[in-house]
Design a protein around this ligand. Structure first.
Ligand SMILES: Nc1ncnc2c1ncn2[C@@H]1O[C@H](COP(=O)(O)OP(=O)(O)OP(=O)(O)O)[C@@H](O)[C@H]1O
Ligand SMILES: O=C(O)C1=C[C@@H](O)[C@@H](O)[C@H](O)C1
Ligand SMILES: [Mg+2]
Length: 181
């Protein structure tokens, strides 16, 4: 598409917001590297996220997540999909704002629930009332996600490609991030 990416685009938001799916499409459109902090942690540990939580605990996962995010931000600009809890950490927010731009994929609770309900891969939702847990996380985390530089609202009618285009639209206001749009 001829645009030049000058800073890493970090996608943030709750489980199911589309960070991995939209991030992959966005990186393809921009012809830049795609990285996913969850996937990096899983590959390095050779364990699933659920296994890491069960064996080593959430605090261990969060420490790894911060290390991985710092390392990925240190490389050439690209698209970085963060884990759903990453943007709650002030350390991670500072690292992202120093080297990149944060974009919140803001999906409402019904949409999130429809996307995550059939998968058992999210350890935080292994509770007696996973929808209630997701609702609580949504309320608790919204103020943190709202600290992102840009917001792109999700909608059930928007495809993954549509969402990637909406991120590009939002970046039109940021020539310091994307030049030549
Ligand atoms: N715009 C969309 N239209 C249709 N399906 C979508 C859309 N965005 C995401 N999905 C689907 O919803 C599911 C969750 O998306 P994804 O895994 O990208 O979320 P995530 O934000 O990375 O979540 P997590 O924090 O758990 O990694 C996937 O099956 C994905 O293909
Ligand atoms: O919302 C969260 O806290 C999480 C989301 C996933 O991306 C994973 O990072 C992990 O399951 C924790
Ligand atoms: Mg993901």
């Amino acid at each position: 598409m001829g645009a030049r990416l000058k800073k890493t685009i970090a996608l943030v938001g709750l489980m199911g917001a589309g960070k991995t799916a939209v991030g992959t499409a966005l990186a393809r459109k921009l012809d830049v590297p795609f990285r996913d902090s969850d996937a990096e942690i899983v590959a390095a540990a050779n364990m699933s996220i659920a296994e890491i939580f069960a064996r080593d605990g959430e605090a261990f996962f969060r420490a790894r997540e911060s290390q991985v995010i710092a390392r990925l931000l240190d490389g050439p600009p690209g698209v970085l999909s963060t884990g759903g809890g990453a943007f709650l950490s002030e350390v991670n927010r500072a690292a992202i704002s120093a080297r990149g731009v944060s974009v919140w994929l803001d999906a409402d609770l019904d949409l999130l629930w429809n996307r995550v309900r059939h998968k058992a891969t999210r350890p935080l939702l292994q509770t007696a009332d996973p929808r209630g847990t997701l609702a609580r996380l949504y309320d608790e985390r919204k103020p943190f996600y709202a600290l992102a530089d840009l917001v792109v609202k999700a909608d059930p009618r928007y495809s993954i490609e549509d969402m990637a285009d909406k991120v590009l639209d939002a970046l039109r206001t940021r020539p310091d991030v994307l030049e030549g749009m």
